[in-house]
Design a protein around this ligand. Structure first.
Ligand code: CA
Length: 639
C-alpha cells in the first residue's frame, strides 16, 4: 500500500515536470503572461525579475513566485498583467538561505543576448512563410547521406560569396543549396546550434570561433549564428528559415545535441534551479567527469531523462528537426536513449558517439556505448573501426593504416563495409576495436573516415604518409571515400572534404581561427576532380540499392568478399542485391602503389569507377576472367 502511494507520488512529480517541459516556462498572451518553473522541494523561494533588455539595466519589476510543494519538487508560478512581448526575465532560487543567482531557467525557449535572461516572444510570429506546410523530407535511414558541417566553416570565407557569412541564413542562399544538391548529400548534420557559451554574442564584429560543445540554453538557437542576437525572435525565425530552405531542397536537418555536460556547473541553469540534481557524482562525492569537460549529467534520473526527451521532441515540433546526433552518447544511460527513440517519430534518425571521454559514475553496461547498440534498436553509432582501419588509430596522427599501406587493417575496413553486422566472411578477431558485430542492422553503423574531431582527411594523410604528393593525396582521399560511400552503413562526411579542405595540420580546431577552419571555395575550381568524384560516388550510391541494402540478412546473402592480396579489399554484390537493376557489382579497393589484378567470374563487364574517375553510364567495358585495378584507387564494375 505504502509503495503504491509512493509510486503514485513519483509519477505525479514526473508528470508535473514533463508538463512543465512541454509547455515551457512562459505562457504568453497579449493580455498577460504566466511564468512557471520547477525546483527541488527544499527551495525556499523563487523570485521572478522582469527587464527591458536581455543584458544590463535594472529589473523594472520583481515578483515573488507562488510555490506548490510536492514530495520531490515544487512548482512555482506567477502571472504578470499587460503585454510583455519583447520583455526579458530571470528566475532566482533561494535555497539553504542562499540566493543561487539569476538565470533564464532550464526551460527557456527564447533568450536575450548571451542567453543570460529569458525572453517573452510571440512564437506564432516567428514562423516564416509556408512554415505550416513544411514537412520533413521522406528519406529512409538506409538512403541517408550525411554531411557534417559548422555554420562558420561553411560560409565565412569570402571565396564562398555568401550574403550571410557564418549565419543560419547562409544555408538559405542558393549558393549553399545548389552546392549541397549538386554534391548529392541529403542530410546536413549541423554542429551545436543551440545557445552555447564560448562565442560572446555582444561582439560579433570580432571574429570568434568555437565548435559549440558548451551548452547554455538547450532549447534556444545560438545567437551568434543569427543576424541579431539582441532580438530574441530573430534567431528563432532565422533557424526556421534555414530548416525550411533545406527541406525545400530535399535535405534533412540533423542537430548535434550535447546533453551529456554543461559549459560549467556553478553557472549552469541546471545548478541554479535544481542544485546537484542534474549532475552525477563519484562515490567520494566529487563531480564525475565522463565528458572530459568537467562534469557529466545524470540522464538516469527521472527529471533529467524527461528533460532530454522533451527537449528533442520540442526541436522536432517547433523547428521540424529530422534527426539528432548525440555527443558522447556513451555518457547517457541506455534507458534514456531508448526513451528518446520511443518518444520521437519513427522517421527521426538518431545516432551518437558510442563512447565517453572518461570514466562515468555508472557502469559501462548501462551506458549508450557502441558495444551496447544491440540493446538500442533504431539508434546508430559511429564506427571507429572503419575510420581508423582506413586512416590510422586515434592515438597518433602520424600513424597510418590501410591508406598508408599498413597491412592488417583490411578486416576493419570490411567490418565497416558490411555495416557492422555479423557477416561470415569478416574475421572479427582481426578487427581493430571490437570482437563482436555490434550492429544488429546496417543502419546502426555510421561509416566515415573523418569528422570535425581530429585531423581532417587531407591533414591526416599528410601527417601519416611522409612526403605524400598532391597526386597521391587525391588518389587516397578518393579511395577512402569510396570505402565509406559503398559501405552498407550510413555514410557520413565532413563538410569541405569534397573541396579537399585542410586545417593546416591542426588536430583539435575547436577554437581555431577562420583561416584554419574555413572552407576555401576556390578549391572547387582548383581540384575539380575531387568534387566530381564525390558527386559521382554519392549519385552511384543513391541510384543503386545494392550499396545500401538496409537489411542485415540481405547483406549476408548478397555481399561476398573475394580473396585478394594484401592492401586490397574486394567484394561483389550479387543477384540484384537490394533489388538493384545491376545483377553483379564488383567493388575493389587497392591501397598498393602498384596495380593489382583480381580474378573475377567470366563475363562482360562495364566499368563505372576506375582510377579516380566515375561515370555511372560506363567508362569502358571488359570481357574475361580478370580485371586490373590501378594503384591507390578503387574500381567498381557491373555485368
Ligand atoms: Ca550563445
Amino acid at each position: 500500500m505504502r509503495r503504491t502511494v509512493l509510486f503514485a507520488l513519483m509519477l505525479m512529480a514526473l508528470l508535473s515536470f514533463t508538463a512543465m517541459a512541454q509547455r515551457g516556462e512562459v505562457n504568453y498572451t497579449p493580455k498577460q503572461t504566466e511564468f512557471r518553473t520547477i525546483t527541488l522541494p527544499q527551495a525556499q523561494a523563487v523570485t521572478l525579475r522582469l527587464y527591458e533588455a536581455g543584458l544590463g539595466g535594472k529589473a523594472y519589476k520583481t515578483v515573488k513566485m507562488k510555490g506548490k510543494k510536492s514530495a520531490d519538487h515544487t512548482l512555482w508560478s506567477a502571472t504578470v498583467k499587460g503585454n510583455l512581448n519583447g520583455k526579458f526575465y530571470t528566475f532566482e532560487v533561494t535555497q539553504g538561505g542562499k540566493k543561487l543567482g539569476e538565470c533564464a531557467g532550464v526551460f527557456a525557449r527564447a533568450v536575450g543576448v548571451n542567453g543570460q535572461r529569458g525572453a517573452v516572444i510571440d512564437f506564432a510570429a516567428t514562423n516564416p512563410d509556408g512554415w505550416s506546410r513544411d514537412v520533413r523530407p521522406a528519406i529512409a535511414w538506409s538512403d541517408l547521406v550525411l554531411y557534417e558541417m559548422h555554420h562558420r566553416d561553411f560560409s565565412i570565407d569570402p571565396s564562398g560569396g555568401f550574403a550571410h557569412p557564418g549565419k543560419f541564413l547562409a544555408l538559405t542562399e542558393p549558393r549553399a543549396l545548389r552546392h549541397l544538391q549538386e554534391l548529392g548529400v541529403n542530410a546536413v548534420h549541423i554542429l551545436p546550434s543551440f545557445d552555447y557559451a564560448s562565442v560572446d554574442e555582444t561582439r560579433l564584429d570580432t571574429p570568434q570561433y568555437n565548435w559549440g560543445y558548451d551548452p547554455v540554453n538547450y532549447n534556444v538557437p545560438e545567437g551568434g549564428y543569427s543576424t541579431d542576437p539582441y532580438r530574441p525572435e530573430v534567431r528563432v525565425r532565422e533557424f526556421k528559415q534555414m530548416v525550411k530552405a533545406l527541406h525545400d531542397a530535399g535535405i534533412k536537418v540533423i542537430l548535434d545535441v550535447v546533453y551529456n555536460h554543461t559549459f560549467d556547473i556553478a553557472g549552469s541553469n541546471f545548478q541554479k534551479m535544481m542544485p546537484d540534481y542534474f549532475y552525477r557524482k563519484t562515490a567520494d562525492g566529487n563531480y564525475s567527469n565522463g565528458s572530459g569537460c568537467g562534469n557529466e549529467t545524470a540522464s538516469e534520473r527521472e527529471f533529467v531523462r524527461a528533460y532530454i526527451v522533451e527537449s528533442v521532441k520540442y526541436w522536432v515540433e517547433e523547428y521540424h528537426i529530422d534527426g539528432f546526433r548525440f555527443d558522447l552518447m556513451g555518457v547517457h544511460d541506455i534507458a534514456t536513449m531508448n526513451a528518446v527513440r520511443r518518444e520521437l517519430p519513427s522517421d527521426i534518425f538518431i545516432y551518437g558517439e558510442g563512447w565517453s571521454a572518461g570514466g562515468c559514475a555508472i557502469p559501462n553496461e548501462e551506458l549508450g556505448m557502441k558495444a551496447n547498440i544491440s540493446r538500442m534498436p533504431g539508434i546508430a553509432a559511429f564506427s571507429d573501426e572503419i575510420r581508423d582501419g582506413l586512416r590510422g588509430p586515434w592515438d597518433g596522427d602520424d600513424k597510418a593504416a590501410f591508406l598508408g599501406r599498413v597491412k592488417g587493417n583490411e578486416e576493419s575496413v570490411k567490418y565497416g563495409i558490411v555495416g557492422g553486422i555479423k557477416h561470415p566472411q569478416v574475421d572479427l578477431k582481426k578487427v581493430n576495436y571490437t570482437d563482436e558485430a555490434w550492429a544488429t542492422e546496417p543502419t546502426q553503423l555510421i561509416a566515415y573516415v573523418s569528422c570535425h574531431d581530429d585531423m581532417c582527411l587531407v591533414d591526416r594523410l599528410k601527417a601519416s604518409i611522409p612526403g605524400i604528393t598532391t597526386d597521391e593525396l587525391i588518389r587516397l582521399d578518393l579511395l577512402a571515400q569510396t570505402a565509406v560511400f559503398t559501405s552498407q552503413g550510413v555514410p557520413f562526411m565532413l563538410s569541405g572534404e569534397e573541396m579537399l579542405r585542410d586545417k593546416k595540420g591542426v588536430h583539435n580546431s575547436y577554437n581555431s581561427p577562420d583561416d584554419i577552419n574555413h572552407l576555401d571555395w576556390n578549391n572547387l575550381t582548383k581540384y575539380p576532380q575531387v568534387m566530381a568524384y564525390y558527386k559521382g560516388l554519392i549519385a552511384l550510391r543513391k541510384h543503386h540499392p545494392a550499396f545500401h541494402m538496409g537489411n542485415a540478412q540481405e547483406i549476408v546473402n548478397k555481399l561476398e568478399f573475394i580473396e585478394s592480396t594484401d592492401l586490397t579489399v574486394a567484394y561483389k554484390l550479387k543477384n540484384h542485391a537490394g533489388g538493384d537493376s545491376w545483377n553483379t557489382i564488383y567493388v575493389v579497393l587497392n591501397a598498393n602503389t602498384e596495380p593489382r589484378v583480381l580474378a573475377v567470374d567470366d563475363g562482360h563487364y562495364t566499368i563505372v569507377c576506375c582510377d579516380g574517375v566515375i561515370d555511372e553510364n560506363g567508362l569502358e567495358t571488359i570481357d574475361g576472367t580478370q580485371v586490373i585495378i590501378p594503384a591507390q584507387s578503387a574500381l567498381i564494375m557491373h555485368d
